[in-house]
Design a protein around this ligand. Structure first.
Ligand SMILES: [Fe+2]
Length: 265
């Protein structure tokens, strides 16, 4: 679906500061976007030029927007719900909630979608060197640095999201400059290597230790790994901003979700 979107994720844009948005991520909450009615137009059919298809059918309020599935299944199959799923469904129905899942489209939304927001959060640059895997995965070329310096930089940024240490494989002194990043699940080391990356930043849901990480290790290709939610939280900030700037009659509030894992030592 061809949709023209002007770039909005730029530092210094009026009404929005990257610094303040990232600072807001340090607060606790849940990973979603709350939508609310701001005018009588709420509930009207939305233009296809305004939002990804998943949001076109907003008609009931209150509503919430999510990136990941509500029922822990990519297709939210309601015929196979366990008790916790049935309880959740009952809560949603009892409260008349509409939940909009904005997933693959926001993963691939130009300039502001998940990998773009993740790259901006990590200060890798505004434009990727190349984009692969049907827009899910990016390569950013940066000034050469060591693997451990890059990993520490990622960790410093992710500390605001509740994940101060990150996992790293490879020689910490190895020079790297071609960085692969992607959306949560779509962070495939094999693809990054095909894209010419010399280091991959992956999520814990998008990588497998015994397979691509071990193989990459033996090939001398280092990997930095973070939690799936950590890698996508900046994209929830950009989604909130996008809704507020492009949808008449709706306001969105970002409900913050830091890394779900605690490190206990
Ligand atoms: Fe994801």
């Amino acid at each position: 679906m061809g949709i023209a979107v002007k770039p909005i994720l730029k530092a210094g844009d009026s009404g929005w500061s990257r610094k303040s948005a990232w600072a807001a991520l340090a607060n606790r909450g849940s990973s979603s976007v709350r939508l609310s009615r701001t005018s009588s137009r709420a509930g009207a059919t939305l233009s296809r030029t305004q939002l990804p298809t998943q949001i076109l059918w907003i008609s009931l309020l209150p509503a919430g927007g999510t990136h990941e599935p509500t029922f822990w299944d990519h297709y939210d199959d309601l015929t196979k719900l366990a008790k916790e799923g049935k309880d959740k469904l009952a809560f949603i129905q009892d409260h008349g909630l509409t939940i909009v899942r904005c997933h693959d489209s926001w993963d691939r939304w130009p300039k502001v979608g998940i990998p773009w927001a993740w790259a901006a959060f990590l200060a890798l640059g505004d434009e990727p060197f190349s984009i692969g895997c049907r827009n899910y995965m990016h390569r950013y070329d940066i000034e050469p640095t060591t693997l451990d310096e890059l990993a520490a930089r990622v960790a410093r940024r992710c500390a605001a999201l509740g994940e101060p240490p990150v996992q790293v494989t490879g020689n910490g002194k190895q020079k790297v400059s071609r960085v692969g990043i992607g959306t949560g699940c779509a962070s495939d080391v094999y693809v990054y290597r095909e894209m010419g990356c010399d280091v991959s930043i992956v999520s814990d849901d998008g990588s497998v230790y015994w397979r691509e990480i071990q193989q990459a290790s033996e090939a001398g290709h280092p990997v930095i790994r973070v939690n799936h939610g950590t890698s996508e939280e900046p994209g929830m900030v950009s989604l909130t901003k996008y809704i507020n700037e492009h949808i008449d009659g709706l306001t969105a509030e970002h409900l913050v979700h830091p890394c779900i894992f605690r490190l206990v030592g």
